[in-house]
Design a protein around this ligand. Structure first.
Ligand SMILES: Nc1ncnc2c1ncn2[C@@H]1O[C@H](COP(=O)(O)OP(=O)(O)O)[C@@H](O)[C@H]1O
Ligand SMILES: [Mg+2]
Length: 232
């Protein structure tokens, strides 16, 4: 049965969404699933050979998946400047079409057990004059996982984001804590605070990684049941 998907959002940009998405894909594959990926909108694209504009997030996800995908399917929108997508799209004279992204996701659903979709920035990021990440997630119909980069200020960001996800009526499967800041003090107390105050399960605590070892991320995650795809 196909049709499962998950949307990986975060408390901010650079909190570990790509690392967690990659780990999620690897864990699913380890347990026998066909896993597809999508980075629907990326900014800060880089020019690769043959003048191809690529998102490094999409490249990292592409390295993990075990279903065939075109670049267009993996990353339908990529813009060069490292700015908010609504601004990057406007500068490029492009309108980000949610329907185009959803059509792409439905095609991927047909040949995978789960589609892992990495968001762009945080939860309330605008995609255009009157569209945002929330419109996209609603149209996809996927539940959300919140990645929390464990650094000073993250409790506030996590609670605000969780509240916003609830207010937007999107189901939240749980959260993943990412120990990316070696300078954070009282990490265990921060985690205990998140456990006490976030009304959803912790799906993993990612250790500080030495060489961005995605295997370590995969082992630290617990994947919940998704529609049509068992938890592993
Ligand atoms: N647990 C970790 N330990 C060490 N470095 C990390 C960890 N998680 C993420 N990073 C690094 O932090 C940066 C941001 O992570 P990334 O997954 O790209 O964040 P996002 O997708 O939210 O922007 C990357 O350079 C990544 O390799
Ligand atoms: Mg990313």
């Amino acid at each position: 049965m196909a049709g499962a998907g998950v949307f990986i959002t975060g408390t901010d940009t650079s909190v570990g969404k790509t690392v967690v998405s990659a780990g999620w894909i690897r864990r699913g594959i380890t347990h026998g699933l066909r896993v597809a990926a999508m980075k629907p909108v990326a900014t800060g694209g880089v020019l690769r050979e043959m003048h191809q504009l690529r998102s490094s997030d999409a490249e990292q996800l592409r390295a993990e998946i075990n279903v065939e995908e075109t670049w267009e399917e993996l990353n339908p929108y990529v813009f060069p400047p490292p700015v908010s997508p609504n601004i990057a799209a406007e500068r490029a004279g492009v309108t980000i079409e949610i329907n185009r992204i959803v059509d792409g996701a439905r095609a991927l659903e047909r040949r995978s057990d789960v589609v892992v979709v990495e968001g762009v920035g945080g939860w309330r990021v605008p995609l255009g004059a009157d569209t945002s990440t929330v419109n996209l997630v609603r149209a996809l119909g996927y539940p959300v996982v919140l990645v929390i980069g464990l650094r000073l200020g993250c409790i506030n960001h996590a609670l605000l984001t969780r509240e916003a996800i609830d207010a937007d009526g999107i189901p939240c499967l749980g959260w993943v804590a990412n120990r990316l800041d070696p300078a954070l003090e009282e990490t265990e107390a921060v985690l205990a605070t998140l456990v006490a105050r976030l009304a959803s399960p912790c799906l993993g605590v990612i250790p500080l990684l030495e060489a961005c070892d995605i295997g370590q991320v995969a082992r630290a995650l617990r994947l919940p049941d998704l529609r049509g795809s068992p938890g592993v």
